[in-house]
Every structure is written in structure tokens, then in C-alpha cells.
Design a protein around this ligand. Structure first.
Ligand code: NAP
Length: 499
């Protein structure tokens, strides 16, 4: 075997770190993590905008095997999450496995050697037997280009590229978008700026967050009796699973959540017109629901304005909507990420020179359990096609996937050093047929959202609750895979397309 490492992981965010911890727990030390930045943390490292935090409660938004009794709030801010991750990496001594400042440009499966060749931005190569892609869905900012933006003399940037040196005091600021990031940025900066214009294309449904500081008693109790935090985690989990029923058109849930959201809106926004403009016209749950208790009240401030017309153009100092100019010094594009339209962030070359990006560009991205893709052996995705979620902690899904991936690795290892494993195309197709059928029954078809690609296909979400996904990823079925025990045989088989 010519691979240098048994496992290569791309990304040192939560996903890569969970993968590394699970590999170590299973007694595997031959792995490497490629990280394009100089530090760990993924989205929590990149997104430094004011107010950035998590909308899943911390007891649940943490790695199951690494509980933290010390969370200072029910919902943590990014800094505390990043400190937690740093602490985990330190405790597990993971830094020595990470190759920082290494941006993977290409991953190429070498049939003759039965391994992946990874090429980074400096054209250095490294071979790994199994590749795990833990790059996360929110890596590519989506930045609109309104007419005339190149003439703008002020500062403009995407929410994921916030400039911490920028002083917003006494400036006129525009925030484009009213999604999850905007809902955190707007209240965080509203008190500082001269004027704040929030440009809304479609309103979001907003539910109460009910955040608060953790009491000293709670922290002490969690430290003394870790089982209490486990119980809280379980309760959080099952509460969110219950909320998840909403997405499958359960009428009672739909009515209840709509009532809660409308009630909140009418209590928190004073001006009737603003209230009306903030009321969504699509079914609750169709887009990601926002949890916030300070987003709506920001619109009661006299210098915060909601603008709902389409942006016509931008000139040197203004944004123009319906022939009205809004003078701005800073434009923040809180316009989300390219999630459903797969960008070729890494060129992935599988059997017979097939390129995954091209394949997924031409027809709906498909994977088996969101993890393996036929024709790309010894490769596992975290949060691959249709394994994302909308209502719970993404870490729960990643942990389910790692249970499965470890069995996949063990299956491969059990067949000797030269084994190659590829999911059967017909099993992948049957699985995806089922997913597509289930998707037709969900609430996500009634509006446009980042769950849908440009063809209107939902390639992001898993159309069931997370307990269902966990059940399906609990045990690998070797009959779903073609396993070749010698790469020399594999090479022959591949040449005759019978692999
Ligand atoms: P987002 O939810 O996709 O919201 C983007 C916003 O920008 C939407 O209001 C969208 O309007 C608007 N927009 C997009 N393109 C536009 C254009 N060309 N002109 C005008 N408006 C435009 O993005 P996000 O807020 O960055 O959040 C992305 C995801 O990250 C979230 O859904 C969530 O999963 C995650 N996130 C999580 C947290 C957390 O607390 N854990 C915090 C932030 C983000 P339309 O709705 O009309 O498309």
C-alpha cells in the first residue's frame, strides 16, 4: 500500500474534529487533517460578525463525548464555542494531526494503488487510503452583484468576511438579507450606527429563543452530576425532534408554530406596516426558522428602517430602491451561502476519470446515506447530499455519520491492505428514489430557499427526523458495497467497467 496515512480528513471544523476523536477512540492513529486556514474552527472561526452565536442550545450543540458543564449561556456565542473547540483539540492532543494552511485543490483516486492522492495549493501531494470530506455546507459566501456595485465608494463585504477593524459608530449601514445571520447582526449593531437600513427580499418566520445566562447553581450541578447535563441534552434533542414534525405537514404543529410566530411578531413590532411587511406568506418551516428575541424589537428604533422593494442599483454612496436613494457608508451582504448548487471547491476525480463536480452539476447530486458516492471508492462525506437537517443540532448528524464511517473503515480494513470499497450504484439509486419520494411530502417545496438548487431540487435536507437517520446509519450492510480485496484486481475490473 502506498498511502501515507490510513485516513485523510479535509477540514478542521466541528466535523473534522469529531472524525479525529472517533478515529482515536477506535484506536486508529494513522490519519491527517488538511485545514486551509491557520487555525481550527470552520464556520465559528470564519464568522466573526457582531452577535454571531448558535441557535441550538449549548448542552446539545456540543460533542457528545466532550460535555462542557461551563457554558455561560443557554445558547452560546461564537467565541465561547471556539474556545470550547480549542479546549477539545488541546485535551485530545489533535493539533499534531492537523496540517494547517493546506488548501486541498484536488483529490484523485489512484486505481492502481487503491488510495486517494491529495494535492494542495502548492501542488504538494499526499496519499491517503480513505478520504473523509468534512468541509461543511457554509464555506462559500453568496454575494449578489447589484447594478453599479463596483462604483460604491463605501465599504461592502459578506457577513462571513466581517472586518473587525471597522468602526460602525455614526455610519449609515445597510444589511442585505433577513436570514439567520442578519437576525443576529441587526440587533447587535442597531444601537451603534447612525442609520440602519435592512433590505428584505422575503421575511423569515421568527420564534422565541429564550436565551439566558446559566446560573451558578446549574453549572455547579452539571460539574458535580454530569448525568444532569446528559438529561438536559436528551430533553433538548427530543423537543427539537417534536418541532421537526412541523416539516412533514403535520397540521397541528403547523398551526401551533404559526400562531406562536405571529403572536411574537405582533407583541414585538409596534408599527403595523412594518409588522405586515415582516409577515411571511409561505408556510412556516419552508425556509430555516430564526430563533431570536432581539431581531424584531430592533425595528422599533427610529433609525432602523425595513426596506422591502427590490434593489435597483447601487451608486457611489447609495442603494436605490423604487427610485428612492438610501445613503449608506457600509453594505453588509448577509445573503447566505452557496449550499445547494455544488461549487467545485475541490476537484474530486473518481474511477475512470469521472469528476464529481461535473457529475453533480449535470444531474441531481446523489449519495448513499449522504455519505458514499458510487464510482468514488474509499470516500466518505460528512453532511453530503440530503443528509442535512433543519431543526436540530448538526453535530448529532455528524456523530451518526461517524458511527457509520468507522464501520466502513473497519470493513475495508478487514479485507486487507489492498482492499477498495465502493457503494453499489443500484443501491445508491434505490436509496435516492426513496429520498426523492419522501421529499415530495415535506413543507420545503412551497418556497425558494438555500435547500434547493437552481433546478429546484432539494439536495440538502434529509426528509425525516434525525432519530430515523441515526437508525439507518447505525449498522453498515456490507452487501451495499463492492469490495475488491486486491487493487490489482480492482484495476483490471475498473478497466472493464465491471467494478
Ligand atoms: P440565509 O439564511 O440564506 O439568508 C440569506 C438572506 O439573504 C435571505 O433573507 C435572502 O432572501 C437574502 N438574499 C439572498 N440573496 C439576495 C439578493 N440577491 N438580494 C436580496 N436579498 C438576498 O443566510 P444566512 O443568514 O447567512 O444563514 C445561512 C444559514 O447559516 C442559516 O440558515 C443557518 O443554517 C446557518 N446559520 C446558523 C446560525 C446559528 O445560529 N447557528 C447563525 C447564522 C447562520 P430570501 O429569503 O428571499 O432568499
Amino acid at each position: 500500500m502506498s498511502a501515507l496515512y490510513q485516513v485523510g480528513i479535509v477540514g478542521a471544523g466541528f466535523g473534522g474534529i469529531i472524525a479525529a476523536i472517533e478515529l482515536l477512540k477506535s484506536g486508529r492513529h494513522s490519519f491527517i487533517i488538511f485545514e486551509k486556514a491557520g487555525d481550527i474552527g470552520g464556520v465559528w472561526r470564519n464568522n466573526i460578525y457582531p452577535g454571531c452565536g448558535c441557535d441550538v442550545r449549548s448542552d446539545f450543540y456540543s460533542i457528545k463525548s466532550q460535555p462542557n458543564p461551563n457554558w455561560s449561556e443557554h445558547f452560546s456565542q461564537r467565541k465561547e464555542i471556539l474556545d470550547y473547540l480549542d479546549h477539545v483539540v488541546e485535551k485530545q492532543q489533535l493539533k499534531k494531526y492537523i496540517r494547517f494552511n493546506t488548501e486541498v485543490g484536488e483529490a484523485r483516486f489512484l486505481p492502481a494503488e487503491g488510495c486517494w492522492q491529495i494535492t494542495d495549493q502548492h501542488f504538494s501531494t499526499c496519499k491517503v487510503k480513505i478520504l473523509i470530506l468534512a468541509t461543511g455546507p457554509f464555506r462559500l459566501p453568496q454575494i449578489p452583484k447589484p447594478d453599479g456595485i463596483e462604483k460604491f465608494k463605501g465599504t461592502s463585504f459578506h457577513s462571513a468576511n466581517w472586518d473587525n477593524n471597522l468602526k460602525l459608530e455614526s455610519l449609515n449601514v445597510a444589511v442585505i438579507g433577513t436570514g439567520s445571520s442578519s437576525a443576529q447582526i441587526v440587533p447587535a449593531i442597531a444601537g451603534k450606527v447612525k442609520n440602519l437600513y435592512v433590505f428584505q427580499r422575503s421575511p423569515a418566520w421568527v420564534l422565541p429563543k429564550w436565551n439566558g445566562r446559566s446560573s451558578k447553581i446549574k453549572i455547579a450541578a452539571y460539574r458535580r452530576f454530569p448525568a444532569l447535563q446528559k438529561i438536559s441534552r436528551e430533553l433538548n434533542y427530543w423537543f427539537l425532534e417534536w418541532i421537526g414534525l412541523l416539516f412533514f405537514s403535520k397540521r397541528f404543529m403547523h398551526r401551533l408554530i404559526t400562531w406562536l410566530a405571529k403572536n411574537k411578531l405582533s407583541k414585538e413590532v409596534k408599527d403595523p406596516l412594518t409588522r405586515q411587511l415582516l409577515t411571511p406568506t409561505y408556510a412556516v418551516g419552508c425556509k430555516r426558522i430564526i430563533l431570536s428575541d432581539d431581531f424584531y424589537p430592533a425595528f422599533n428604533l427610529p433609525h432602523v428602517k425595513l426596506i422591502t422593494g427590490a434593489i435597483q442599483s447601487v451608486d457611489e454612496h447609495s442603494i436605490v430602491v423604487d427610485n428612492t436613494k438610501f445613503k449608506v457608508d457600509v453594505i453588509v451582504f448577509a445573503t447566505g451561502f452557496k449550499v445547494a448548487d455544488i461549487e467545485q471547491y475541490i476537484r474530486i476525480i473518481g474511477l475512470e476519470g469521472a469528476e464529481l463536480g461535473n457529475q453533480w452539476e449535470q444531474s441531481k447530486p446523489k449519495a448513499f446515506l449522504g455519505i458514499n458516492v458510487a464510482g468514488y471508492p474509499n470516500l466518505c462525506f460528512q453532511l453530503g447530499p440530503n443528509s442535512g437537517l433543519y431543526h436540530s443540532s448538526v453535530l448529532h448528524v455528524i456523530e451518526s455519520q461517524m458511527v457509520y464511517i468507522l464501520q466502513y473503515v473497519a470493513l475495508l480494513e478487514s479485507r486487507g491492505d489492498h482492499a477498495v470499497i465502493d457503494v453499489k450504484a443500484d443501491r445508491q439509486q434505490a436509496y435516492n428514489n426513496q429520498i426523492d419520494h419522501e421529499l415530495t411530502k415535506t413543507v420545503w417545496n412551497g418556497c425558494h430557499s438555500w435547500y434547493l438548487n437552481k433546478r429546484g431540487e432539494n439536495v440538502v435536507l434529509y426528509p425525516h427526523l434525525t432519530w430515523h437517520y441515526r437508525k439507518h446509519t447505525r449498522k453498515i450492510d456490507p452487501s451495499d458495497y463492492k469490495i475488491i480485496t486486491s487493487y490489482k484486481i480492482a484495476e483490471q475490473e475498473m478497466l472493464t467497467s465491471r467494478f
